[in-house]
Structures are given as structure tokens and as C-alpha cells.
Design a protein around this ligand. Structure first.
Ligand code: SF4
Length: 349
């Protein structure tokens, strides 16, 4: 019998490292009664086949709006893309017809949402929902689709998949439902998965299991993975590189271990300090002061300046560019950038 995994090998996979998706100078705004909110302000990032990019930021940073724009599921209006490109295998998705985009969505780029319970249909069995992909996109019969559903449930390690295929979403635990979401995203063997806070609703142990499973499948299928999260703690072991977002802009990019070892932006530094650590048991947990800005009233200069402990007058007037970052000898550090006037002091101070 042909398996889901064998089917995958027939797909036109790209070699590891080949550019898959490039977001270039993307601007998205929302027109509201109170004014225009610039939710995404010149965002650039890319992900290659077999690579994991973590996009990190608090709510309102623009990370999910960027992802929804890539998927073509942002409500427009009120949302509006005012500038930029989203290149999938070199072709701009923003200029594609609706039909072309529909063909990419789900088949080539799939999304895993935070809340599996609301993403799954409560009145249809999980087997029916998993099988639907094969019935609709590949013309499979009901029986074939059910077998495919069982195979996928096995693949994401849902115990007793054959017995549970007719169960409904509410009969599964949160972790198991998230595995079903992963199975659904994998079903058509996409090139790229966008996972938007895939483990936020789960407890820490289950979070780790789901993240490990996602990383394992991503490596096995040579997919690109964009992992959107507000939690630096969940990405260390799975991401290759990180883009940190704040108020609609990327403020730091770096290979994951370099960012953890030595951040080049005070915001990233604050996020790292807020991760609970075993060696600090009993001590009060650090929290960055203040709240992310209202996008209708973003502070002038660096948007982070009201929350930044080292802000200067320049920070209050001039928006910092996303500088290339260098080591102490002035040698450029590959993949590292920081949008901070004081990146040198932050990195080398
Ligand atoms: Fe802080 Fe200024 Fe750097 Fe912004 S530019 S993060 S306010 S030091």
C-alpha cells in the first residue's frame, strides 16, 4: 500500500537550504475608526527548506499578522497590504490570482493554530476531518481517506489510532488535539508549515513533546518551519534562527544559539531575563517594565524607548535602522542584525 510518507518522496521537494519563502519589506496596516494602525512595518525574513525560523514577540508585535498575510487569511478590509512582496519559491504570492493562492494554501504552505479546539469542527470526527484533505484534494474514496487518517494519527503518535479515528475533538486531550492539528497540516506534505503559538495552551511537559514531534517531522520531511511564539523558552532546541519583533518591526535577527548567548538588543535581553531558571529558584522573576505600545500611538523614535532602561535622547527621536552586527574586531556576524542605536554597547558592553 502506498503510504503518506512514500507519497512525500514523489513531491517536488527542494534541497535543504534552498530558499522557500522570502518576506520582503512587508507593510500591513489596519484602518480603524480611531485611525490607521501600522501592524507590520517593513518586515523582512526568509526560511529555507529544512530550516526553522522562530518569530518571537509579544501580542501586537505583528508576528501573527505577518503569518496571516503569508497564508492569505487576513481579513481585508480592515487589513491592507500597502507594500512588499511575499515570494514563495521566487514567485510573489501577493500578485497571484485567488485560485493560485488557494492551490498553495494547505497543499504547499499549511498552518497550525494555537487553539486546536476552535480550529477543529466539534461535530465531525477527527478521522473525517483528517480524511477530508484526501477526499477533496486527491479524490480518495471514504474508505481510502479513513485509512490515510489512521496512518497520519499513527504518525503523530496518537495511541490506538484505529480505535479512535471516529472520536470527536472534545474526546482528546489538549496535547492530542494539537497532534491532530499537526497531522492535518502534514496531510498534503507541504513545503512549509507556519505554526502560530502551537503549544501555548498546553502544560510544559506536553509542550516539549509536541515541539519535539514537530521538529522531528520537519526534519524528516525536509519542510521549512516558521514557529511563531511569545515564549523564548520553547524555541531554543528547535529553531535555527530567530527574528524578534516589536511594534510591527524586526528588532533583532540571529542564529538561535548566538541570540541566547549574547543578545544585541535590550528588548531581547529583557525577554531572556524573563525566562524562569532553575538556578534562580525563590527569586522574583524579572519582567520588562510597561506594556507593548498601542499601534495607533507608537512612540516616536525607537518604539521600545519608554520601556528601555538605557534609552537616550536619540532613541526618543530617531528610529534605529536594522544594523548589521559585528564582533569586537569589526567583523560582520553572519545573520545577525539589531535595530538599536546602542547595539555595540548591548552586545559587547
Ligand atoms: Fe533602547 Fe534606544 Fe536601543 Fe531602543 S534604540 S532599544 S530605546 S537603547
Amino acid at each position: 500500500m502506498t503510504t503518506v510518507i512514500e507519497n512525500d518522496q514523489k513531491n517536488d521537494r527542494l534541497e535543504v537550504g534552498t530558499p522557500l519563502l522570502e518576506v520582503k519589506d512587508l507593510h500591513v496596516e489596519f484602518h480603524t475608526r480611531d485611525g490607521v494602525a501600522k501592524a507590520v512595518n517593513g518586515v523582512n525574513y526568509s526560511v529555507a527548506a529544512g530550516e526553522t525560523l522562530a518569530v518571537l514577540g509579544e501580542s501586537g508585535s505583528g508576528k501573527s499578522v505577518t503569518a496571516q498575510t503569508i497564508m492569505g487569511i487576513l481579513d481585508m478590509p480592515p487589513g491592507k497590504v500597502t507594500q512588499g512582496q511575499i515570494l514563495y519559491r521566487g514567485k510573489d504570492m501577493l500578485t497571484m490570482s485567488n485560485e493560485e493562492r488557494r492551490r498553495i494554501r494547505g497543499r504547499k504552505i499549511a498552518m497550525i493554530f494555537q487553539d486546536a479546539l476552535s480550529a477543529l469542527n466539534p461535530v465531525l470526527s477527527v478521522g473525517y476531518q483528517l480524511g477530508e484533505m484526501f477526499r477533496v484534494h486527491q479524490g480518495a474514496s471514504r474508505k481510502e481517506a479513513k485509512e490515510k487518517a489512521i496512518e497520519l494519527m499513527d504518525r503523530v503518535r496518537i495511541p490506538a489510532a484505529r480505535e479512535r479515528v471516529n472520536d470527536y475533538p472534545h474526546q482528546f486531550s489538549g496535547g492530542m488535539r494539537q497532534r491532530i492539528m499537526i497531522a492535518m497540516a502534514l496531510s498534503l506534505q507541504p513545503d512549509l508549515i507556519i505554526a502560530d503559538e502551537p503549544t501555548t495552551a498546553l502544560d510544559v511537559t506536553v509542550q516539549a513533546q509536541v515541539m519535539d514531534l514537530l521538529a522531528e517531522l520537519q526534519a524528516e520531511y525536509n519542510m521549512g518551519l516558521i514557529l511563531i511564539t511569545h515564549d523564548l523558552g520553547v524555541v531554543a532546541d528547535v529553531a535555527d534562527k530567530i527574528a524578534v519583533m516589536y511594534a510591527g518591526r524586526i528588532v533583532e535577527t540571529a542564529p538561535v544559539h548566538e541570540l541566547y548567548a549574547n543578545p544585541a538588543h535590550p528588548y531581547t535581553k529583557g525577554l531572556l531575563r524573563s525566562i524562569p531558571r532553575l538556578d534562580q529558584k525563590g527569586q522574583e522573576l524579572y519582567a520588562i517594565k510597561g506594556l507593548p505600545p498601542n499601534l495607533l500611538k507608537v512612540p516616536t523614535g525607537c518604539a521600545f524607548n519608554p520601556r528601555c532602561d538605557v534609552a537616550t535622547d536619540l532613541c526618543r527621536t530617531e528610529i534605529p535602522a536594522l544594523h548589521h552586527v559585528t564582533d569586537k574586531d569589526g567583523k560582520e556576524l553572519t545573520g545577525r542584525r539589531s535595530a538599536c542605536h546602542l547595539w555595540k554597547e548591548t552586545l559587547h558592553g
